[in-house]
Design a protein around this ligand. Sequence first.
Ligand SMILES: [Zn+2]
Length: 261
Amino acid sequence: MNLLKTDFAIIGDTDTLTSDFPMDTGEAGMEILADEMVFETPYGQSPVFRLFALDDRQVITCRLQGGALVSDQSEEIRQAFWVLREVGVKRIIAPGCVRGINPLLEAGDIIIPEDYINLPPRSHVFLEGNARLIMEQALCPELRDELVESGRETGEGRIFSRGIYAVNSASPGESPAELSLLKGHADITGHRLCPEVYLARQLGACYAGVYLVAGGSRAVDTSLLNAVVIAAVRNLAAVGNCDCKAIAKEMQRDIYTPGEM
Ligand SMILES: [Zn+2]
């Protein structure tokens, strides 16, 4: 095992990933390489990571706290992305559960949004160092295409290839009036995606989310969602033909370095 050969990450939460993930998906070609990995970061002890092999590739995964917690989750997210940067992860897929705003969506649908609205956050979260982030095309089109393709290959459920995610990390739950305010502007809402997408860009990694529309307070079956994620990681190249890396380089050029003219 060499952690530095880990190109892929799956960052979910306790709502979507079971403690047995990914072995509970029953997919072939998987093996747990390391488990219960905790890292010391400048922001405190990281959440628990698991490393697994999927065919010839290495994937790191962790379960962040799920649900609409009242406590601020930003430190946990920062610790997790610090680890992903140290490991050198290039492609990050984030499965999650959301509430549907668009009336065409039904519980059990899967949606891969292409954009987001970050409603006023609790706090701004970045890793140390200068960062001028360009958030154009922040959700990697190549990762998104692969997630759509993998979803359609399963032949189950409805897969939506676009949509807008309203990120509501400041409030534990949307009121009916808040939901109707978002109608026409966003298709889904949840507590994920930001600040994760900013941190992924700071890393220069590709990032895309794939979300299951939950139905009220009923328990959700995330098996299809997790199967889509595994299929996408299996099919993706470690280095893509997308612009994510070029945009990261562009950002580096823009950062003022002391001593330079
Ligand atoms: Zn990309």
